[in-house]
Design a binder for this molecule. Sequence first.
Ligand code: IPD
Ligand code: CA
Ligand code: CA
Ligand code: CA
Length: 264
Amino acid sequence: MQGSANLNLMIKAARRAGRSLVKDFREVENLQVSTKGPGDFVTKADREAERMIREDLMGGRPTYGWLGEETGAAAGADPTRRWIVDPLDGTTNFLHGMPHWAVSIGLEHKGEIVSSVVYDAAKDEMFWAEKGSGAWLNDSRRIRVSGRRTMSEAVFATGVPFGAKKTLPATLQDLARLMPACAGVRRWGSAALDLAYVAAGRYEGYWERELSPWDVAGGILLVKEAGGMVTGIRETQDPLEDGSLIAGNEGLFEAFRKIIRNDS
Ligand code: IPD
Ligand code: CA
Ligand code: CA
Ligand code: CA
């Protein structure tokens, strides 16, 4: 499958940043770790990866806008297009030597993600999608959400916010309702990979609260193009902007959402 020029630029940038992250992985003594808040770490590796991605993407498309976790927002001459970048999603795993983290890049056009990549550099898995062209893994493997339709066989994933922010009680209540109904719930620590794994059919669904646009801009399109559903937990919530999101395969989405929303 051939991607657009923008997608190729994104893949190149994600690979370059991924190589740099793999070099820094497990070199904790050189990582210059600091915290942005309780449990919210940032390292030299996050900053360096974002610097590289910004150089590549803004060098290639100087008129586009920018939103990156570590460098913030910058308007571009073209107000309709914006890169949304998380250079290292899963910093806590990275710091603990756990190979479950990713580079996430979404290209937004008129408020909608049109191309995206999530790159798991430690496992060399490049998940990518373009609007209308499906979701893919590496060069040529088309991915699809899982076909499971039985709740008791289904596996879900979630994330719990850093430092137990205000939505922690809601997530714990969700778990109390969902866990007895399904086959298991995972908490891996990378929102971008959680969405990529739903897209690849590795688990049936994922939900989380208090996310930021850079956590999900790469993954939302993967799930949609893989035949899945993504919405806010409430209809009024935009999954990209409002930080609350629920994603899943078609067969179980409504039942899953009902449990998370506690609808009877
Ligand atoms: C975090 C991860 C984690 C999620 C957090 C995110 P970071 O991103 O995606 O899975 O639970 O809410 O902030 O800080 O490692 O890029
Ligand atoms: Ca972070
Ligand atoms: Ca993140
Ligand atoms: Ca990050």
